[in-house]
Design a protein. Sequence first.
Length: 720
Amino acid sequence: MSIGEPAELVGEVQRIVFTNPENHWTVLRLNVEDGNLVTAVGTLAGIQEGEQLRIWGRWIRDRRYGVQVQVQRYQLLMPATASAIERYLGSGLINGVGPKTAKLLVKRFGDKTLDVINKNPERLRSVRGIGQKRLAQLLKSWRETTQFREVMVFLQGLGISPRVAVKIHKNYGVEAVSRVRANPYDLAQDIWGIGFQKADKIASELGIGEDHQDRLRAGLVHVLQEARGQGHVCLPRETLLAGGEALLGISAEDLGAELSHLEFNGRVVVEKDNDYIYIPELYLSEKRVAKALLRLMDAPVVMKSESLIQLAVARAQDALGLALSGAQQRAVRGALTSRVSVITGGPGTGKTTIVRAVVCALEQLNEKVALCAPTGRASKRLSIATGRDARTIHRLLEWQPSEMSFARDEYNPVEADAIIVDEVSMVDLTLCDRLLAAVAEGARLILVGDVDQLPSVGVGSVLSDIISSKEIDVVVLDEIYRQAQNSLIVTNAHRVLQGQMPEQPPKGDDKADFYWLERDDPEGISALIQKVVTERIPVAFGMDPIRDVQVLTPMRRGLLGAEGLNAMLSRVLNPNRGNVRLAAGDKVMQIKNNYEKGVYNGDVGFVDRIAEDGRTLMVRYDEPHERIVLYEPNDQDELVSAWAITIHKSQGSEYPAVIIPVHTQHYMMLRRNLIYTAITRGSRLVLLVGSRKALGLALRESTIVPRYGRLAERIRELMH
């Protein structure tokens, strides 16, 4: 036996050390065939002391508990000996049977006890203390236990892991077997952790043919869901059918009939005029966003006089000690006079200055202002910049985890005369839908962001679509102000956006805020990043390599992707972590919204410590406010190491120091707006590390991959 090697063991469960009734994470001691006791850990549902168990997994070494088997799959074997049956029945498995009754049953029926319960339960009444009422209670509990075991055996026989099998049972209950047999493709819609490919494999195991209608319909929905994951709100019919043909190996013509069935049953929406296909919820969100913008713009409002607005702007400048340029004053006045307005511009163009002036001027006009941003980091920066309370959009809308909904909506709008939303490029269609619904009748909406940033991680291109509709008042800031002109971060961000190579600081300048370190080979780039993070930046700039430095990479996979760089950085930045996926001291990122925990896709924290059970992670998040969030083993797939993260995941965040590897390994992702977004995430220092060839590829690729959606057209159609 060696650490990391596969393990297959059969034995009797001697003792259950720990089990979590919610997710069935279990630690147990297994008396294996050679007489040794082995500790096994994993999702082990329905296990009782005395049972025979076959487990498959791998040997691991836990820092606290030593050598164990991490269980990946298991098979329940009924106990065969009289003593094992007695322990099994006396473990509390069956209501109405404790150790004393178990002893009496086994004394009466010996190693045939379980056969009697299954085949001749009336014989149990011959045992002292078991009457008709107690027998009925015993059999009801036995059936429930047996059904659960049957579900677990059936699902694991289809190659489903115990952890996912527990989720399926929790969702479908005793109907799990019949539901999966009837249509295994429902799993892809209902169960987190099962996608179309896994469901398709399960269907094949169950003998469902490649041309079965359930497979074809599920495949088309999968293509739409995959498109959603890439940011598309909808797909043209031809694109959807071509994707279905490639996935399923069935002609587009044959798939057309199944698409009509999906439309008839309300699983997709087909817009007849332009032949776009939507998932229903996204179709409704897109329509509601367009209608909400029209509602806000058409709302009756008492307009302030021009003289009053000029006075408010003047007083705001005096209060803040600002001397706004003519263009900046026009931007502020536009925000004060429009029902809905957009302020957009790159770094150094004065967006923050204008927001400060707008807030102050609105307060001069006695308007109540609410400030918000998509992420905790962005809302904290907005609060610092304005000196006012700023919240995440979720906090502004008062997310209610118990109800899985927002308290603020069209019936209970946000109590504010004006709502300012920063970093709008990050806001996806579905969040925009809920935000606009909660803007009160007659309230003012001011959207602030950089349209040249990468679009939102979620679906849609909200900021870009609103601007391109040409129906909303937009102020474009394109002048770089004097203070920003001294920053190479700002200068080079704009140069990259124009397709120009970044400027280097003068030779010998060790106090610049931007450097380009040229290396061609991936191993050399990785080694240089390690040295820069652990030595050069702390020594030359006095920054903390753990708290102040963030590596941003174009891709997830590969030596220079987030996974490869995290493997390297975790060893040097948290050297005592041991050989585990996540450990105390690790920097981690949440990768999906978890509304119950109040953490969202992209939130970054640190593993503060491991709980007393040795399994639960306690993660400290500092933004938007300090809190500890518990992650039990079954929740931990929502966390990834975050010493290095993808550039997409960095949107809306700002870091004192940013390191960006650039190599032809990333050629599929290299685009101007990707490098631009990464550079603009650094506030005090940006280092590009990589090959000139790769950077040149990125600068030449100015094409922005379009996202399918009709928000801009809907806005135009409604306004005319």
